[in-house]
Design a protein around this ligand. Structure first.
Ligand code: CUA
Length: 362
């Protein structure tokens, strides 16, 4: 390949990289902090970047100088040998040691800042990792899945544990990763055993997260979303959750594309099925605790731990063959068993009715 072609090729590549850096949004950016916790990490990252940039410039500058100044000339003989030069040996031992110390001090400070105890008046939310979804339990009994609602500017303490294997909670814009460990029989009051994450979100928005510890075949599909909203919106969401779905939604309040009769039919199917063994819907006989709580499900923006957009079509796809969407999931499909349950054997019409009912929960 000709040199000019290589240069042109690498120029195009560089332009593409630059363009990619400008275009689009980064829902999981780790350099766009939205909490005090994430800010601490970000500041440290910035500091280390500046340190390394200065080191880079100095070393490359020296290298360039040496290459030019001491390049081989026609009449140059053997250069002066400096092996074992005491001054140089001392210099290149001490200088890196000083740099390491200079980086270590703010690093240790950041470690302590992000491991500090909870802020006064923090709202404690229990975060439970499952294969392959997230459960969030609030102090007043509200339970939801995969979409964590938090009020803005209010300290929160996430109490993390898992009911199966090790997961890792990671919402980059809110803070660093934290392991979600399986804990059984923790003595009452012994809260040290849990892993905790304390932070105060400072901007309304939706922040994407991801399980960051390999936990099985669908580890990479174990996403989550954090909705940071005003205190008023948060309170309204909690109140509406508490209200639940004792009755099917009236026809006038149904989302577009839903049919009132089909919704009622779907509700009937769900309430007389094995769905109840695992799922809960507030205000109904469905009180299962093994699977995600489905109260206000229609409001969530995604299904299957962030993997599918929430729509009737996605629900149909999910209910029909969950294993095809998320390998290893413990829910049975129409033709395939799941967890300890046999296939459901629903007809397409029944699946459609159940999907419409679930989508009407809002
Ligand atoms: Cu849960 Cu990876």
């Amino acid at each position: 390949m000709k040199l000019s072609n290589i240069l042109r090729g690498s120029g195009t590549l560089a332009a593409l990289v630059l363009l990619a850096a400008c275009a689009g949004e980064y829902p999981q950016s780790s350099i766009d902090p939205k909490t005090d916790f994430a800010q601490v990490i970000h500041d440290l990252y910035g500091l280390v970047t500046w340190f390394t940039l200065v080191i880079l410039i100095v070393t490359w500058g020296l290298l360039a100088y040496v290459l030019v100044r001491f390049r081989e000339k026609p009449d140059s003989g053997t250069p002066k040998q400096i092996h074992g030069h005491l001054g140089l040996e001392v210099a290149w031992t001490i200088v890196p040691a000083l740099i390491v110390v200079a980086i270590a001090v703010p690093t240790v400070r950041a470690v302590f800042a992000t491991q500090r105890p909870a802020d006064e008046g923090a709202m404690v939310v229990e975060v439970v990792g499952h294969q392959f979804w997230w459960e969030f339990r609030y102090p007043d009994g509200v339970v939801t899945a995969n979409e964590l609602h938090l009020p803005v500017d209010r300290p929160v303490s996430l109490q993390l544990h898992s009911l199966d294997v090790i997961h890792s909670f990671w919402v980059p814009m809110l803070g660093g990763k934290r392991d979600v460990n399986p804990l059984r029989a923790v003595p009452e009051g012994d809260e040290q055993r849990y892993n905790w994450l304390h932070f105060t979100p400072n901007e309304v928005g939706e922040y994407m997260g991801q399980c960051a510890e390999f936990c099985g075949p669908s580890h990479s599909l174990m996403g989550l979303r954090v909705v940071v909203e005003s205190q008023a919106d948060f309170d309204a969401w909690r109140a509406e959750w508490q209200e639940g779905h004792a009755l099917p939604a009236p026809a006038a309040e149904l989302a577009e594309g839903l049919d009132a009769e089909t919704v009622v039919q779907g509700r009937e199917l769900v309430m007389n099925s094995t769905c109840l063994a695992c799922h809960a819907i507030r205000g109904t006989p469905a009180q299962g605790r093994v699977g995600p709580n489905l109260t206000l499900l229609g409001r969530r923006s995604t299904l299957a731990a962030g993997w599918l957009d929430n729509s009737v079509e996605s629900l149909v796809r999910w209910i029909t063959a969950p294993q095809d969407v998320k390998p290893g999931v413990k829910m049975p499909g129409v033709d395939a068993p799941g967890g300890n349950f046999p296939p459901t054997g629903y007809t397409p019409e029944q699946v459609q009715a159940i999907a419409q009912y679930l989508y009407s929960l809002r």
